[in-house]
Design a protein around this ligand. Structure first.
Ligand code: NAP
Length: 245
């Protein structure tokens, strides 16, 4: 990709999103990363400064409509319309189905699915006008396999995949590609909290015998937004060490 692109990565303060921002920071892009707190924004600013990249951090809580509205206003005021959008931010609120509370269900659906709908709806018009857009939505291997205690998360991620396939059909003629990346177990804060014995058990079932690294997911995402991947759309690309195939 030659001309400078504007890249927006949600949840860029930690884990996979932080790795994505770092991966793009080596390129000639204008980078925008989001975090829910001032502390997260500091991390984003440090990445931009240390890599000599242009860009900024913006506060965004996907579980808060007012925060989303404010975010869209800031983007509009600053004339930031991303060419590359990575919907990465997310969290889990696990519970076995019979104990799952309404807010555990709705918060996860809100952050992972409803917010992605709102973000894409708000940011796709300039992509249509430019006849160029690359959208990557983070899914999870759990959407394909199912996972005990994650009915909310799996429902949301499956929805993201289905929505992405539909958007790929609706916007392909405008040179906008929409793909999902579905990681398996990746070493981030999201998996850090898992019990050590459970993690060892999972790793032993993975053909490559280990959890993945955030950088490995970031490299895949960079490829999917590069010109080498111009003919890939509507796909869910799995990256999981062979856990699911
Ligand atoms: P992580 O290390 O926990 O980082 C989550 C990121 O999302 C942080 O930047 C966080 O911001 C942001 N975030 C959390 N809640 C948010 C909210 N309500 N609104 C806006 N931003 C929010 O997670 P990760 O492991 O990198 O996961 C990234 C994506 O990959 C997620 O969509 C996740 O579902 C998916 N995924 C991860 C794995 C895995 O094994 N790690 C596997 C499959 C899929 P703050 O720093 O401000 O909290």
């Amino acid at each position: 990709m030659s001309a400078q692109k504007k890249v927006l990565v949600t949840g860029a303060s930690r884990g996979i999103g932080k790795a994505i921002l770092k991966t793009f920071a080596n390129e000639e892009h204008y980078l925008v990363g989001t975090a829910t707190s001032a502390e997260g924004l500091k991390t984003i600013e440090e990445i931009l400064t240390s890599s000599n990249s242009s860009g900024e951090g913006i506060v965004l809580d996907l579980n808060d409509d007012a925060s989303l509205d404010e975010f869209f206003t800031v983007l509009k005021d600053k004339d930031i319309y991303p060419d590359i959008l990575v919907n990465n931010a997310g969290f889990t609120r696990d519970n076995i189905f019979l104990r799952m509370k309404d807010d555990e269900w709705s918060d996860v659906l809100n952050v992972h699915l409803n917010a992605q709908f709102k973000i894409i709806k708000n940011l796709i018009k300039p992509m249509l006008k430019n006849k160029y857009g690359r959208i990557i939505n983070l899914s999870s291997a759990a959407a394909a396999i199912g996972n005990k205690g994650q009915a909310n998360y799996v429902a949301a991620k499956s929805g993201v995949e289905a929505m992405s396939r539909t958007l790929a059909r609706e916007f392909g003629q405008k040179n906008i590609t929409i793909n999902c990346v579905a990681p398996g177990f990746i070493e981030t804060d999201m998996t850090d909290s898992l019990d050590e014995e459970y993690k060892r058990g999972i790793a032993s079932q993975i053909p490559l015998q280990r959890f993945g690294k955030a950088d490995e997911v970031a490299e895949l995402i960079k490829f999917l937004t590069s010109s080498e991947a111009d003919y890939i759309t509507g796909q869910t690309i799995h990256i999981n060490g062979g856990l699911f195939m």
